[in-house]
Design a protein around this ligand. Structure first.
Ligand code: F6R
Length: 596
């Protein structure tokens, strides 16, 4: 949700470094983009649209400077216009600011500043910041003190970076929005996320809430609100810069779908002992939860639904909540372990839910992809899914890795019947996903139904979250109406929408009671002339009622869910491609949703 970047020490390359970094952060928002360079004075170039539009704008602009900041926006306050693009400036033009987050009390501050005579050019909450800095500088404060003074006035969340005329430095503050420093040999970077500068360094420092940083020619330093120096740990990122490129694929999403075998292998590596039939997850200690509450949003919520079922099947009561609901209407927690499933580790709703749980005394665990993320740092425990960076806004490989990690969590902390079989199935899963990626009929199905008015997805048990996820992916990247249902629910209302123009994707694995009942639901939609696409391992007779079949190999139901989901990811991808949609950057969305 908005990406910010800063750079000091790259001389004349600064502008290129900023723009290149913004392109890597575009997954966080792509409504507008802009940069500011400090070179005695401060010069700004910004415009509505994507980074390529900013590049065009820069062509006719002689921006220069050796110290700079940049921003790519996901609009919250005010539409995506040139005026609302960051950086924002004060009245003198000597201060430029980029911001990720939301300043909740901006209106009150703005009214006060307008009464003092400040002129505002945008509708944003952010613009109060440069004007407040302007006041503090006019009172004789240094830029560092000015920023400290300013953030004391702000309620809400922010990662802020500012440049000030006459200072070859970038000034930074953080509260509730991610911010990481990158330490190069002769240069220092800052960004909302590591991919922005991973080409230049693998050494990083994660800032904590209430911390401030100054980046200048001498390097960097971090201070707290009282102005005292803070010693920070320097971490090394474990993934390569190439992982944030497209590697020849048309889209990041397709690349990431194809990275699932590797992501799953990484997730499992060193954590399962197949001979002993046991799972050993580092750093989790002896969790042995008596009950579990999951909190998550979107795709991660679907993963959490799957995770809750794994615990229930092991006899451990488990519930799953939408994080946004949990945060404001928390249920009784008792002695539950509260598990936040969040790829980014920065989703505001999930962080709020986890904080609510902690405030009520619960132990918390983050299941996340992002080392050093807020969720990982605030929770008592973190289980990393190890999917590697995911750039496509629609989650794909991280969902598979979340399912893998939730299997490890359930197997590692409960007495699960048949654990050895489940572990063997997990071991085989990467190879099976690879085989399915190598050969599938997803493109043909997409071609057959690209003109459909709506798509429905049904499944039961572990296949129910897969149905929901299949529908979410379809709506996100094709902009078509798509809904997922527990198969038994169709007849309680949604069946009224089913026509010959609404393909129904039925996930039917195995031939047990669930499969038989879902086949019954398939017959109900077939009787209403709806085309049926069966995603099946061929054990039931669903193929008899299906117009198309997407095959998955026969395996353990836990693994089958991952495989069925891969088929549905591919159908959504190819449908969106046929419809010429903006697959990696769907309209109105951003990857890391840092606002509530
Ligand atoms: C959908 C998608 C979103 C995220 C949701 C939570 O493709 O990516 O629904 O799953 O915003 O994000 P994280 O997992 O970062 O908390």
């Amino acid at each position: 949700m908005c990406g910010i970047i800063g750079c000091v020490g790259r001389g004349d390359e600064t502008l290129d470094v900023l723009v290149h970094g913004l392109a890597k952060l575009e997954y966080r928002g792509y409504d507008s983009a802009g940069v500011a360079l400090a070179n005695g004075g401060v010069s700004v170039c910004k415009r509505a649209g994507e980074i390529d539009d900013l590049r065009d704008e820069l062509e006719g602009n002689s921006l220069s400077g050796k110290v700079g900041i940049g921003h790519t926006r996901w609009s919250t306050h005010g539409p995506p216009t040139d005026e609302n693009a960051h950086p924002h400036q004060d009245c003198t033009g000597d201060v430029a600011v980029v911001h990720n987050g939301i300043i909740e009390n901006y209106q009150e501050i703005r009214d006060e500043l307008v009464a003092e005579g400040h002129e505002f050019k945008s509708d944003t909450d952010t613009e109060v910041v440069p004007h407040l800095i302007e006041n503090a500088l006019a009172d004789g404060d240094s830029p560092e003190d000015a920023i400290r003074y300013v953030v004391e006035r702000l309620d809400g969340s922010y990662a802020i970076a500012a440049v000030v005329a006459g200072h070859e430095a970038v000034f930074v503050a953080r509260n509730d929005s991610p911010l990481v420093l990158g330490l190069g040999d002769d240069a220092t970077y800052l960004a909302s996320d590591v991919p922005a500068f991973r080409d230049h360094t693998d050494k990083v420092v994660y800032l904590d809430d209430g911390e401030f940083a100054r980046l200048d020619a001498d390097g960097w330093e971090v201070r707290n609100l009282a102005g005292e120096r803070v010693e920070k740990a320097v971490d090394t990122v474990t993934w390569d810069a190439e992982e944030t490129g497209k590697s020849g694929y048309d889209h990041f999403m397709l690349k990431e779908i194809h990275e699932q075998p590797r992501a799953l292998r990484q997730c499992l590596r060193g954590r399962v002992d197949e001979m002993a039939g046991t799972v050993d997850i580092e750093d989790l200690g002896d969790l042995s939860p008596r009950r579990v509450q999951f909190v998550a949003c979107g795709t991660s919520y679907h993963a959490a639904m799957y995770g809750a079922q794994l615990f229930q099947r092991a006899g451990v009561p488990a519930e799953v909540y939408l994080a946004s609901e949990y945060a404001t209407s928390p249920p009784p927690i008792g002695d539950s372990l509260v598990v936040g499933v969040t790829q980014s580790g920065e989703t505001a709703d999930t962080l709020s839910a986890l904080r609510e749980a902690r405030a009520r005394g619960a132990r918390t665990l983050a299941v996340t992809n992002t080392v050093g993320s807020t969720a990982a740092r605030e929770c008592d425990h973190a289980l990393y899914i190890r999917a590697g960076p995911e750039i496509g806004v629609a989650a794909s490989k991280t969902f598979a890795s979340q399912l893998g990690a939730l299997n490890l969590l359930a197997l590692g902390t409960t007495q699960t019947d048949g654990a050895r079989d489940a572990i063997a199935a997990l071991r085989d899963l990467p190879g099976q996903v690879q085989a399915l990626l190598d050969e599938n009929d997803a493109r043909a199905v997409a071609e057959a139904y690209q003109d459909a008015g709506a798509y429905f997805f049904i499944g039961r048990g572990l296949q129910y979250p897969v149905a929901l996820e299949g529908a979410l992916k379809m709506k996100e990247i094709t902009y078509k109406h798509a809904e997922g249902f527990a198969a038994g629910e169709l007849k309680h209302g949604p069946l009224a929408l089913v026509t010959q123009d609404t393909p129904v994707f039925a996930v039917v694995l195995g031939d047990g009671e669930r499969a038989r009942k879902t086949v019954g639901n398939v017959k109900e939609v077939e009787a209403r002339d709806a085309p049926v696409v069966a995603v099946t391992d061929g054990q039931s007779d669903v193929e008899r009622y299906a117009d198309h079949v997407l095959e998955v190999p026969e395996t353990h139901p836990r693994a089958g869910a991952v495989l069925a989901n891969v088929q549905l990811q591919l159908v959504s991808y190819y449908t969106a491609k046929l419809l010429d949609r903006s697959i990696d950057k769907p309209r109105n969305l951003a990857k890391s949703v840092t606002v509530e």
